[in-house]
Design a protein around this ligand. Structure first.
Ligand code: TNX
Length: 537
């Protein structure tokens, strides 16, 4: 969260609330209107679906006297986020206290046992109070995200609203299915400033996504400052698809993104692609080209035409500088090294390159993630191939899984958020598929790719490539509601998988997204709750 401070769109929010107010049906804000009118069970509201959830007959009321009890100093960050969420719309002080606050909201860190792990939580809402318990602060954060979805949509407003602030009773015990629940943002094809990345972090972390992979380099732009190689950004970062001004992150800005992500329990995975997808670097430094000639900058959308010079020592000096600096800036365990679509590199050269590159990643103290093309070189088991294919068989990825590599599942025809929903979607592409919400939902990451079973799957990722995306509103339109859909596949037990339940729960997100001013696709497959106003393509 932290979203209240960012989603300052009073006009949009006011319009949304007017819309909510104009609805005569109590279903617009079910719990808010009449204490005992609870047309939607709490179990029918939460995305991703918790491991266990049941209703409690009581209803908790947030009042001017409600306090947030900090059960442990390490809960301070999450407590501050919860207070920042609740204060603007309620207008209540919601003090954060170290003393127990009977009748309030308690955030408690204690030994909840191994089942909850580092990210699980218990949430109990009764008439007498709200308690969130976890082993680690990440679990408290996820408990707060679940609590957020139990609040009336008007709680998201940035200005004071009338209330009442009723939270339906619930008992939740929850923990993730997969360790890696990722989103990817392509900041190379079009550049997005820090503020957009931070807002995307707000939005993905509400759905318990815990990794954000940033695609920092490609043919069209180099987006991260590297000491000793200033032209990568001053020249290689100076444009983007369509010829716009591009841009890049200074190392200080990148650190700001990392810190913002950490506060939302999101780990940044930086990607530097190679040996292909490297025109921006090749244009910036002639010595990275085998013929010593720098090509011009590129602002089109073709792929597969560029290659680093694999036999030249300077290529690996360059890579080592880049990877060492990125490793030093990145607290997370992974560096993503791309490796996809190297169509201008022979298979032998590709193997030469990767076999020199991968040790640089381990030398920098990190594990490599790479697109599943990497399986052609039989990478060490520490390397995580990311499957982006469109078929349910892939011999290379299956062989890697059999050798012991863990796999991230991002099949393009299911999980690519830049695919159009239908032929009439204006944004996005369709090379992998049209992906309506049900298509994005109806697959099982742990039993999808032949030979890659549950125990070989590290998790899922939903990439969004930005060839056609220029604004945050563009990103939101393609990401919502499919990002929460892939997030559910990453978090919820497979036993809960059920489209008829999911579409109802997804529909309950609409009023809140509307209050938040989100530009989302109001898919006709989803029964949107009253108060939902979809966005535009
Ligand atoms: C394929 S998926 C790519 C990207 C494009 C994307 C567009 C992958 C590893 N490479 O370079 O941006 O398609 O959907």
């Amino acid at each position: 969260m932290g979203l209240r401070s960012r989603w300052t769109r009073p006009a949009l929010a006011a319009a949304a609330l007017a819309l909510l107010g104009s609805m005569t049906t109590a279903a617009a804000t079910p719990a808010a209107d009449t204490p005992n009118a609870r047309p939607v069970s709490v179990a029918a509201r939460i995305v991703p679906e918790p491991a266990q959830i049941s209703d409690d007959p009581g209803t908790f009321r947030i009042t001017p006297a409600t306090a947030i009890h900090l059960g442990a100093p390490q809960a301070a960050g999450v407590a501050g986020q919860l207070a920042a969420l609740l204060r603007p719309a309620t207008g209540y002080p919601l003090p954060i206290t170290r003393a127990p606050a009977p009748g309030g909201i308690s955030l408690i860190l204690d030994r909840e046992g191994p089942r909850l792990g580092a990210e699980g939580y218990r949430l109990d809402v009764t008439a007498a109070g709200i308690a969130i318990r976890a082993n680690q602060p990440a679990g408290l954060f996820y408990g707060v995200q679940t609590l957020h979805q139990l609040l009336p949509a008007a709680a998201d407003a940035t200005t004071r609203q009338p209330g009442p602030w009723l939270v339906p009773g619930a008992h939740v015990t929850d923990y993730p299915r997969f360790a890696y629940r990722g989103a990817m943002l392509d900041v190379s094809r079009h550049f997005f400033p820090v503020s957009v990345v931070e807002q995307y972090i707000d939005e993905i972390s509400e759905y318990k996504v815990n990794y954000l992979h940033l695609h920092l380099s490609d043919d069209q732009g180099w987006r991260i400052a590297i000491n000793g190689w200033p032209r990568l950004t001053s020249y290689g970062g100076s444009t983007e698809v369509g010829g716009g001004p591009g841009g890049y992150y200074t190392q200080a800005q990148y650190k700001q993104i990392v810190a913002y992500a950490q506060a939302h329990f999101v780990t940044i995975v930086p990607e530097i692609d190679g040996p292909g997808h490297t025109n921006a670097a090749l244009a910036s430094y002639a010595q990275l080209n085998c013929d010593g000639q720098a090509p011009p900058l590129y602002t089109g959308t073709d792929v597969g035409f560029s290659s680093l010079c694999v036999d030249s020592g300077i290529t690996y000096t360059f890579e080592q500088d880049v990877l060492d600096q990125l490793a030093a800036l990145t607290p997370g365990p992974y560096l993503h090294v791309g490796g996809d679509e190297a169509q201008s590199t022979t298979a032998a050269d590709y193997a030469t390159f990767e076999n020199r590159l991968l040790p640089l990643v381990s030398g920098a103290g990190k594990a490599a993630i790479a697109w599943h093309d990497i399986t052609a070189v039989d990478p060490p088991t520490s390397v995580v191939p990311e499957y982006w294919g469109t078929t349910t068989t892939d011999a290379g990825t299956a062989a890697a899984a059999a050798r012991g590599n863990k796999i991230i599942m991002a099949p393009a025809n299911k999980a690519y958020l830049d695919m159009k929903y239908t032929p009439s979607t204006k944004l996005g592409q369709n090379w992998a598929a049209y992906i309506e919400v049900q298509d994005a939902y109806d697959w099982d990451p742990g039993n999808y790719l032949q030979g890659v079973g549950e125990s070989s799957v590290l998790g899922v990722e939903a990439p969004i490539w930005s060839e056609t995306l220029v604004t945050l509103a563009n990103i939101q339109y393609l990401a919502f509601p499919r990002l929460p859909t892939i997030a559910e596949l990453g978090w919820s037990p497979q036993a809960t998988h059920d489209w008829s339940s999911f579409r109802v729960r997804l529909g309950q997100q609409g009023p809140r997204w509307t209050v938040d001013g989100m530009n989302f696709y109001a898919s006709p497959q989803v029964p949107w709750a009253p108060g939902t106003k979809g966005g535009v393509d």
